[in-house]
Ligand binder design. Structure first.
Ligand code: ZN
Ligand code: ZN
Length: 368
């Protein structure tokens, strides 16, 4: 599987006249080599070029781990000790790769000034190319095994969410609910959380990315829970909105609108459909209900190894959806000072249309 990914990578690099690709610790490195490293103050850069052995400039203490990597890549190592520092190792790596005067793709979203400055110091002239567009053409279309992993991640998320929702009581704070989610996810077998769970109640729900705080669950308020986990490297990202006790009539009506927008977005998604059409379909429902000004974000984002990755489901994105693409459909309405509603599903484009990996019920449920 990884060998095929590398073959595809080298073809895409040739098409775009990229000589060498530099990868930081993170999703792209994992995707292409199976190596998982965390970002630290010690620079670690992997270099992939079709005409050279895969090359790693890295702290000496990480060499054994890289040698034992899950993939039988024969790495060329350029290690450095803490005493030496990285400069000499990076210079030797750059010479071995022949980067001077060539086109080097780097991850604009991940490479830090510290690595870029190091490269510029040891290679006086090279052309910098943005690696993300090239890598997203590979990663956007998931292999069946990747979709299976995401399906497992969603299933686990839903089981934990169900447990926590069943245990909610009025008076619990957002923070307490978030802590229960953490615990339930880890107990269910998640290897980690994809992001800090968002648990927002009452007026806080109108701030799509606020952090859970000391607000208690109060009857009449809406409760937004947005959460996801990591399983075998792949993530889930699910939002459900609940009514604490008897819902406020307008919020209950808004809920119906968001539910219909979510349905419309999923119904519009399919192979051959431009990404922006999914956004339009969901947005139209909210606009026609008179809440267009209160749907303040794109309809969705790609998911996979990262929580936000292409394809983005947004006006202006004409990218044509293909079988195997995975993304969220998450329309919302946010009324400042009052609260919000969001319903977020994880979907995969199939030959026939669009399948929701998320199966958690979407009808408005009362909790507490
Ligand atoms: Zn989410
Ligand atoms: Zn999301």
């Amino acid at each position: 599987m990884l060998a095929q990914r590398l073959e595809r990578l080298y073809r895409v690099m040739a098409d775009r006249r990229v000589d060498c690709l530099a990868l930081m610790p993170g999703a792209n490195l994992f995707y292409l080599t199976g190596l998982r490293f965390s970002l630290s103050e010690r620079p670690l850069v992997a270099f992939l070029a079709p005409d050279r052995p895969p090359t790693l400039a890295l702290p000496a203490l990480e060499v054994t781990k890289a040698q034992r990597g899950p993939f039988p890549l024969v790495w060329q190592f350029f290690p450095y000790t803490d005493e030496e520092g990285p400069t000499v190792a990076f210079r030797r790596a750059a010479q071995a790769l022949g980067i001077e005067g060539r086109r080097l793709a780097v991850e604009y979203l991940t490479m830090r000034v510290t690595e870029l400055a190091l490269l510029q110091q040891v290679v006086p002239h090279f052309d910098l190319v943005e690696a993300e567009p090239l890598l997203s053409t590979l990663r956007m279309t998931k292999e069946p095994e990747e979709v299976d992993r995401m399906r497992q991640a969603v299933r686990l998320t839903e089981a934990a969410l169900q447990r926590v929702v069943d245990s909610l009581q009025p008076g619990m704070t957002e923070r307490e609910v978030a802590n229960r989610l953490w615990r339930a996810f880890l107990e269910e077998g998640a290897e980690g959380l994809a992001f800090e769970p968002l648990v927002l109640t009452g007026p806080n729900g109108a701030l799509p990315h606020a952090l859970p705080g000391g607000h208690p669950l109060r009857p009449g308020d809406m409760l937004i829970v947005d959460c996801g986990i990591v399983l075998d490297g792949y993530i889930s990202d699910i939002t459900r909105t609940f009514a604490v006790g008897e819902p406020d009539p307008e919020m209950a009506q808004i809920y119906q609108v968001v539910q219909r927008a979510n349905e419309a977005g999923r119904a519009a998604a399919g192979p051959g459909v431009p990404a922006q059409e999914v956004d339009r379909a969901a947005r139209r429902v909210i606009e026609e209900a008179g809440y267009g000004d209160f749907f303040i974000h794109r309809t969705g984002h790609g998911i996979g190894l990262e929580v936000h990755e292409p394809p983005y489901i947004v006006e202006g994105n004409g990218l044509v959806l293909q079988p195997g693409m995975t993304f969220t459909v998450e329309p919302g309405i946010y009324l400042p000072g009052r609260g919000g509603v969001r319903i977020e599903d994880d979907v995969v484009i199939t030959e026939a249309g669009c399948e929701s990996l998320t199966t958690f019920p979407r009808d408005l449920r009362r909790v507490g």
